[in-house]
Design a protein around this ligand. Structure first.
Ligand SMILES: Cc1ncc(COP(=O)(O)O)c(C=O)c1O
Length: 403
């Protein structure tokens, strides 16, 4: 395998020593044809796993017909993808982009344009500590983490960072500041350790925003498309955002992002106000439509929930055996296991055992398998995981804690 340092920026640090060349179901195969259980799905992207027949058929057919024509022309696949988003979330309009970052960038622009044109001076956007919204200047500035801003000079003004899950603090901010156009949040913060929003906190945000004419933006780049056991995580909270942002699982591996907004917002992106060359091209939209057609099936999401019950049950049992697991977090197949040790090392050890895991926030193991993973494969992955955890737990000094 060639060294990647000669030709590639090293912004991702040292990469894990596996180069995958094919996938099948929820397994990946490396250059030596060694088989791995995938508990990551390319960071919540490969929602249907690998070599999914309907998805592959849709993509092969689309490649044979047309890949790209541009947003200057009508695009049936794009209209179909937008229809499916509307039907599975709420009635509204979609705009397609190429990534989660770009979806959030578009949401920020739409919220500011709306706030400034309707209320004249409303342009501020409240986001939350520990959030992650992306890497462009707007979405990076929305991300309330100084480590993401470091070294780039002045960030985009107009963002207010509020403490996550602090009901009183958000109420105070929203009541005091008359220039707030929108509140933007993740209902489960993925990158900072699978932190789940409290129902009360979310209720407070939606009620106050409603009273004050402030827009709500839910970033579902990571939580959307069935990941949490509902098609969209906001459905667990019985709230409907004004703007929803999507990417990752939406294309099942083909890059695509989207904003979906209530109909009253559509006039605030008039001709010339926003756009992209590639966004929602024929191939990406066909991929999104194929994914949504699977995820919208009742049995798809109920299988995610059954898998989730198995995973949390199994993890709770492992937790009872060792103090090495400090907490379990998440919903559906969006799972965080906080450990009393170095998560990165555990990820490396797991890879040697042919299990693909990921670590966020230093010590939270993130488990996000393909959504259609079989019970047998889940079990196989969990057997490896349990062995590793118990082995690490042996050297852990604290007495095992009770549930
Ligand atoms: C919640 C959330 N928003 C936005 C992004 C950025 O998405 P992308 O990497 O596709 O630009 C991510 C990526 O991890 C994310 O988890």
């Amino acid at each position: 395998m060639n060294d990647d340092r000669e030709y590639l920026f090293q912004n991702y640090g040292e990469r894990l020593p596996a180069a995958f060349i094919k996938g099948d179901g929820s397994y990946l195969y490396d250059q030596d044809n060694k088989k791995y259980v995938d508990f990551l799905s390319g960071i919540a992207v490969s929602a249907l796993g690998y070599s999914h027949p309907a998805y592959q058929k849709a993509l092969h057919g689309q490649i044979d017909r047309i890949i790209h024509s541009s947003n200057l022309f009508l695009n049936q696949e794009q209209i179909e993808a937008a229809r499916l988003i509307s039907e599975t979330s709420f009635p509204g309009k979609s705009l397609f982009v190429n990534s989660g970052t770009e979806a959030n960038e578009a949401a920020i622009k739409l919220a500011r344009r709306y706030g400034l044109s309707i209320h004249r001076k409303k342009f501020k956007i409240v986001t939350f500590t520990g959030s992650f919204h992306g890497r462009t200047f707007g979405s990076m500035s929305a991300t309330a983490q100084s480590k993401i801003h470091g070294g780039f000079g002045p960030i985009v003004p107009g963002f207010i960072y509020a403490p996550y899950n602090d009901k009183k603090a958000i109420r105070k901010i929203l009541k005091r500041d008359k220039h707030i156009a929108a509140v933007m949040l993740e209902l489960i913060q993925g990158e900072s350790g699978i932190n789940v929003a409290d129902a009360d906190f979310v209720k407070e945000i939606f009620e106050t925003c409603n009273q004050k004419g402030i827009l709500t933006i839910i970033d579902e780049v990571q939580t959307g498309i069935g990941r949490t056991g509902q098609t969209y995580v906001h459905q667990h909270y019985n709230v409907t955002p004004d703007i929803l942002t999507l990417a990752k699982g939406l294309g099942g591996g083909v890059p695509i992002g989207a904003i979906h907004a209530k109909n009253f917002l559509s006039e605030h992106f008039p001709q010339g106000s926003h756009g992209t060359t590639f966004g929602g091209n024929h191939l990406a939209s066909a991929a999104a439509a194929a994914v949504l057609n699977e995820v919208r099936k009742k049995q798809f999401v109920s299988a995610v929930n059954a898998s989730s019950v198995y995973m949390f049950d199994r993890l709770k049992k492992i937790k009872q055996k060792t103090g090495y697991i400090k907490s379990l977090r998440g919903m559906g197949l969006h799972i965080g296991v906080e450990i009393a040790g170095d998560g990165k090392q555990l990820v490396k050890d797991a890879l040697e055992e042919k299990l693909i895991l990921n670590c966020v926030a230093g010590n939270v193991i993130r488990i996000m398998p393909p959504l259609n993973i079989s019970m047998k494969t889940l079990e196989e992955g969990m057997d490896i995981f349990e062995k590793l955890i118990l082995k690490n737990g042996e050297s852990y000094e604290n007495t095992p804690h009770k549930q």
